[in-house]
Design a binder for this molecule. Structure first.
Ligand code: BEZ
Length: 239
């Protein structure tokens, strides 16, 4: 009879969960997560390994956008299962030696967690054995100012992330919160937003008869309204 080997259960935090807590050593000192980030949005992300090409391209891109994320009240926190000295050496190499895609002299100022024990990586479902037992996948957790996970995205080792898309995710989440709307496919700031679906027959009728103000209704359950870019950014971006 074949022996059935049970795989260890992988904990995968979900959207709406409280971000799992941890204390960690980083390239910017110790952090107590998510308590130290209360009041800010955070992108907690993992990468497979230091001194690897896709990760290097990602770090240079993300670090060059740090100010842009800061204006959206969003802090970045990286993680890999490498040690602190490897992290420091890699970040120094990036700054001193790597010129890539028009970027050079890039200083990574956000914390990069050392996680040799994989304690944090396991808490966040970043080790996915079908992809690798020894490296974290490219996980992205967008966490709100109350420490609640609002978006989870996982990419495989070979696929570098699109950081403009991650910026779009942050702005879309903040827009949804600030204006009580949803954002349609491919939404960008300045595009129309979706208003909450009619919750009664009367509202549905009014909307279909064009009595619901400045909305465009494709059908009673699918109505949009204008929300210009300036209004979005004025409300959510720091001066
Ligand atoms: C990279 O970042 O280039 C990479 C890391 C691990 C596996 C494959 C690619």
């Amino acid at each position: 009879m074949d022996t059935v080997v049970e795989k260890p259960a992988v904990s995968m935090p979900r959207i709406g969960d409280r971000a799992p807590e941890f204390k960690a050593v980083t390239t910017q000192g110790e952090i107590n997560f998510p308590a130290d980030y209360k009041g800010s949005w955070v992108i907690l992300f993992s990468h497979p390994a230091d001194f690897t090409p896709v990760c290097t391209s990602e770090f240079m891109t993300f670090a060059s956008m740090e100010e842009k994320f800061a204006k959206a009240n969003t802090k970045l926190v990286g993680l890999s299962v490498d040690g602190l000295y490897s992290h420091i050496a890699w970040l120094r190499t990036i700054k001193d030696k790597i010129e890539y895609n028009g970027m050079k002299n890039i200083e990574v100022k956000f914390p990069l967690i050392e996680d040799i024990t994989m304690e944090v990586a396991h808490k966040y479902g970043m080790i996915q054995p079908g992809e690798s037992n020894t490296k974290a996948v490219r996980a992205v957790f967008v966490i709100d100012p109350n420490g609640i996970i609002r978006t989870v995205i996982y990419y495989p080792l070979s696929l570098g992330r699109n950081f403009e898309e991650l910026y779009r995710v942050v702005i879309a989440l903040q827009t949804a919160d600030a204006f009580s709307v949803a954002t349609p496919a491919d939404w960008q700031p300045g595009d129309e937003v979706i208003v909450p679906t009619a919750g009664s027959c009367g509202v549905a009728k009014d909307r279909m008869e064009g009595k619901a103000g400045e909305m465009h209704c494709y059908d009673w359950f699918f109505c949009t309204k204008k929300l210009d870019k300036e209004t979005v950014f004025k409300k959510i971006l720091k001066k």
